[in-house]
Write a protein that binds this ligand. Structure first.
Ligand SMILES: [Zn+2]
Length: 60
């Protein structure tokens, strides 16, 4: 998946896939972990329509 720099910076980062998937499992919606080509860590995506990033994917 291609990640835009702005998205990478705004999203939560997870050091490992296990950590990302654990976070995804706690969420009340379907999330998928993917490796970010920019930071080399993991982010979550819910594959919603359009390009806006859901609040739950953003870092606090
Ligand atoms: Zn990233």
């Amino acid at each position: 998946m291609q990640t835009r720099p702005g998205i990478c910076q705004r999203k939560r980062r997870y050091a490992t896939r296990d950590e990302a998937e654990a976070a995804a499992a706690r969420a009340p919606f379907k999330l998928r972990a993917y490796t970010c080509s920019l930071c080399g860590r993991f982010h979550l995506t819910s594959r919603t329509k359009g390009m806006k990033t859901p609040r739950h994917e953003l870092a606090p």
